[in-house]
Design a protein around this ligand. Structure first.
Ligand SMILES: [Cu+2]
Length: 111
């Protein structure tokens, strides 16, 4: 219940910004609850990568499902994801899955 309340408050406070950002994406508002709980797909460019630490820094597109504008940020990468063949400046499509308090990369591939 607390999680739901937080999601509602968060959604309301960012509602106008989100609505302005996704003019071209049709009706997204009904998807918020479902999408924020599950994996989301996005695209971006790798700005740093460490196969040993299993970390990747991505300059990603806006992700309306998470109320995120475009930004550059680091993610941990799930153990099953193969990072071989990926390097800095690659354009990629990726999947983020909720993990703990953040998001983990659970798939990533060159575009
Ligand atoms: Cu971000």
């Amino acid at each position: 219940m607390k999680t739901l309340m937080t999601a509602v408050v968060f959604g309301l406070s960012l509602g106008p910004a989100l609505a302005a950002a996704d003019n071209n994406m049709g009706s997204m508002s009904g998807m918020d609850t479902k999408e924020s709980a599950g994996p989301v797909q996005s695209r971006g460019v790798i700005t740093a990568i460490s196969t040993e630490k299993r970390k990747v820094t991505l300059k990603h597109e806006p992700i309306p499902e998470l109320n995120w504008p475009s930004m550059t940020m680091g993610f941990s990468v799930a153990p099953e994801v193969d990072l071989n063949g990926l390097s800095k400046d690659d354009a990629v499509a990726f999947t983020l899955t909720p993990a703990g308090k953040g998001q983990q990369v659970t798939s990533i591939s060159k575009q």
